[in-house]
Design a protein. Structure first.
Length: 259
């Protein structure tokens, strides 16, 4: 199923290359949480593939003494990684079998139509005993925004259109790793709650990160007048701030020696 408009995803990331620095702290927090899993592992990783790291993952890997090749759907975003970087579609990766010891995909797989196929390609790009570390928003992420937009649009227009990306259930993520042929798959959840004093900053941050709506079935016409102010106003908590929940599925999978 073609759920996402991949051209829109690329254009959003092209545009966000100039602004992603404003949300680098949040992206770095998510990447550091994912990379903490390396602390408990024996042995080293010589060469890693950074998939869609938006300029924050590659420096963290280099700080650990790991050489890095970075890839991104957007040429402009790929340039932010420094070192060796290529522009490549995650659904058609240009890397040969057994090219890397480690693959890190921090918050970069959730706009892919053929996620099982992309994971299979990442497994093939890993050497035996190679490791995949991946994170993606899971069901429950941006739940406050999704509910507020739905309620406000129903009140204003009498119907709704998809304005927040669909996310997988955490229970499905381990199955995705198994389906792609990874051994010893492990999936756990890290939850981050960000509270915005200025609710419009939430929308600005999503745009700055390249995370604006790329669902193929999205409405192409202008949103109903007042939709976003009404939705954001309805999200304010007792402290006057707008809470936004990110439920991150942290995925770990190995490549078996035999496969």
């Amino acid at each position: 199923m073609l759920v996402f408009d991949r051209r829109a995803v690329r254009l959003h990331r092209d545009r966000a290359a100039a602004t992603v620095g404003s949300v680098a702290d949040l992206l770095r927090d998510g990447a550091e949480r994912l990379l903490e899993r390396l602390d408990d592992m024996t042995g080293g990783f010589g060469l890693a593939l950074d998939v869609g790291g938006r300029g924050v993952v590659a420096p963290l890997l280099r700080a650990r003494g790991i050489a890095v090749v970075s890839s991104d759907l957007s040429v402009a975003m790929a340039r932010l990684n420094g070192g060796l970087a290529v522009a490549a579609d995650e659904e058609w990766l240009p890397f040969g079998p057994g090219s890397f010891d480690l693959v890190v995909a921090s918050l970069s797989l959730h706009w892919i139509n053929d996620l099982p196929g992309a994971l299979i390609q990442l497994r093939r790009a890993l050497r035996p005993d190679g490791l995949l570390l991946a994170s993606m928003p899971a069901l429950g992420s941006l739940a406050e925004l999704r509910a507020a937009l739905t309620e406000a649009e129903l009140a204003l227009a009498g119907g709704v259109s998809p304005r927040v990306s669909p996310f997988p259930d955490v229970s499905d993520c381990a199955g995705l790793l198994q389906r792609a042929g990874f051994a010893a798959p492990v999936v756990d959840v890290e939850e981050i709650v960000v509270r915005y004093a200025d609710p419009l900053r939430l929308l600005h941050d999503l745009r700055a990160a390249g995370e604006t709506n790329a669902v193929r079935a999205r409405a192409r016409a202008m949103a109903p007048a007042g939709l976003f102010p009404a939705a954001l106003a309805g999200m304010r908590g007792e402290d006057g701030r707008v809470p936004v929940t990110l439920r991150l599925a942290m995925m770990t999978g190995w490549v078996a020696r035999s496969g």
